[in-house]
Write a protein that binds this ligand. Sequence first.
Ligand SMILES: Nc1ncnc2c1ncn2[C@@H]1O[C@H](COP(=O)(O)OP(=O)(O)O)[C@@H](O)[C@H]1O
Ligand SMILES: [Mg+2]
Length: 263
Amino acid sequence: MTGLARNQLVLRARSVAKCFGGGRLGCHDMSLEIASGEVVAIVGESGSGKTTFLRCLGGHLRPDHGIVELRSKDDTLHPIWSLQEEQRIRLLRSHVGFVHQRPRDGLRTNVSAGANIVEPLALSGLRDFSQMRRIAKEWLDCVEIHPGRVDDVPGSFSGGMQQRLQIARSLVKRPSLLLMDEPTGGLDLSVQARILDLLRNLVRELRAAVVLVTHDLGVARMLADRMYVLRSGMIVEHGLADQVLDDPHHPYTQLLVSSMLRA
Ligand SMILES: Nc1ncnc2c1ncn2[C@@H]1O[C@H](COP(=O)(O)OP(=O)(O)O)[C@@H](O)[C@H]1O
Ligand SMILES: [Mg+2]
């Protein structure tokens, strides 16, 4: 377990901004807070800055402005981008899981499924081979992959299985914060539904704080407690997921919701 009590602030981002070369806006003045046990969705159309913001939160992309603070096990909020690189990597490694949209970006394709799952534990010092194998099989089972596939490489798995493998790898250390970038994008609807169901149960069990990026409002409705709506690199609306979806205030959110109803 993460050791965090429910409803304890896990991540706080304030006024985060990132511009790319040529003055291209990635995201601007974005603030977000999330507590343990909460699922927050970030929604918006393609190019609205969802991935950029998530990468700033997860330590992958240094923002130009703003502060991203992450709570450690000793209960201190650490401004991740002010830490020395080594400290930042250590903090993120032990507290944050990241699920990429494309499984191959989050998996090592040349090692077995089992090695993919337990590598984060090995990196933090676990050396007992039989224990690692047992943990790998338990996690395969958790994400509904037959444990007999522990020695197979990810390339022999379907897209949905690879995504479930990536989810197992991101959760094995029981992170206090899970960041997911369109985790079911590009998968068949039936495969999506199974993965979403699985995620809902795992997240509840682990009591992690989850930031879920999606362009799919149906996915947000299914998993999220709160949501933030992004447009052109800025947050235009946020609130309880049901409230935002049932009674959207911003014209852009109204458009998104009505296009979902038409789909
Ligand atoms: N590495 C990059 N270099 C230049 N521009 C980028 C880069 N990553 C994202 N952008 C730009 O930032 C904006 C937001 O992109 P992104 O965060 O990927 O949006 P989303 O995830 O919502 O589709 C887009 O205009 C995109 O072209
Ligand atoms: Mg994206």
